[in-house]
Design a protein around this ligand. Structure first.
Ligand SMILES: O=C[C@H](O)COP(=O)(O)O
Length: 317
């Protein structure tokens, strides 16, 4: 599905200042997602396959190597074992993950390993995960990653700008990052676990979109609190409000700490209930996860064979 790319707009603080966010209402709403409307068994496999299409299969570790990145890319090309795909009747569908996400110096290895697959390479940049380096170096890092072949850039924001309410500074740095991305799509990581209040999450989401973000993303995976449903809910409401005001569709990427197929189902339910089915496509929704695909594959195998394979049978992702 094609949609116009977000061009952003001038900073408009009135779109978020004074916006009341009710934490306990958000928490209550989030708590009902998994409980109230569980996905019917028969549809679970389809939802899990959809989750795979939307995964940014990630490795962001200090001991990453070209060999590890190549293994990850092989998994991104063929995320689910052939006998399981056969059993699902999906052998010919060409299922891949949404992207592979790596550090900038690993982009070259991923680009080579994914050639011809259509799977884009995403790179973190801007001094991930803390972002505490001079702006010109952060922008240079974006240009480097794009030059290496990254088609998507996951940027981090300066949390201090949010914590001090310096919206202009936040807007200016994100707008400069978007410009440095050029044609590459930009996901703005808000590091919501660092932002203290849901009001701050709403405001940071809005500023990132006004500054031209293509996606808003919860977390780096390195904060002590990563993707949570109440935070996700607030970001989705910001995304909906921005869409209503401007007509642009912005993507959403929960990231960090998600490991189970059940979480994959719950996040998709949240998306569907808040935004509708249009958002359950890789151009508007991604999971940032290094260790969720394994459980999804296990559950799909169980769906097909009625039993669980030893986890060692599945290539780790
Ligand atoms: O953006 C992706 C996150 O860094 C992945 O975090 P994770 O390793 O906790 O799945």
């Amino acid at each position: 599905m094609e949609h116009a790319r977000n061009e952003g707009m001038p900073l408009a603080t009135e779109m978020f200042e004074g916006h009341a966010v009710n934490r306990s209402a958000a928490e209550r709403r989030a708590a009902t997602i998994g409980a109230r409307r569980s996905v019917k068994k028969a549809y679970q496999a389809a939802w899990l396959v959809n989750a795979v299409r939307c995964i940014d299969l990630t490795t962001l570790a200090g001991d990453d190597t070209a060999a590890r990145v190549r293994r990850l890319c092989a998994k991104a090309r063929n995320p689910i074992a052939p006998h399981v795909m056969d059993g699902l009747g999906l052998a010919g569908m060409g299922l891949t993950t949404g992207a592979v996400c790596v550090y900038p110096t690993m982009v070259v290895h991923a680009v080579r390993a994914l050639e011809g697959s259509g799977v884009p390479v995403a790179s973190v940049a801007t001094g991930f995960p803390a972002g505490l380096m001079p702006l010109h170096l952060r922008l240079e890092e974006i240009r480097y990653a794009v030059g290496e072949g990254a088609q998507e850039i996951d940027i981090v924001i300066t949390r201090e700008h949010v914590l001090t309410g310096n919206w202009q500074a936040l807007y200016d740095e994100i707008a400069a990052m978007r410009e440095a991305c050029g044609e590459a799509h930009m996901k703005a990581i808000l590091a919501t676990g660092d932002l203290q209040t849901l009001g701050n999450v709403y405001a940071a989401s809005m500023v990132a979109m006004q500054a031209g973000a293509d996606f808003i993303k919860t977390s780096t995976g390195k904060e002590s609190v990563n993707a949570t449903l109440p935070v996700g809910l607030i970001m989705l409401r910001a995304l909906r409000d921005y869409g209503q005001a401007t007509g642009y569709r912005i993507g959403f990427k929960p990231a960090g700490g998600m490991k189970s197929a059940k979480e994959a189902l719950i996040w998709q339910m949240l998306m569907k209930e808040e935004l509708g089915r249009d958002w359950l496509q890789p151009d508007l929704f991604r999971f940032g996860a290094s260790s969720m695909l394994g459980d999804i594959e296990r559950q799909l195998e169980h769906h097909v064979t009625g039993r669980y394979a030893a986890s060692s049978r599945h290539a780790t992702a």
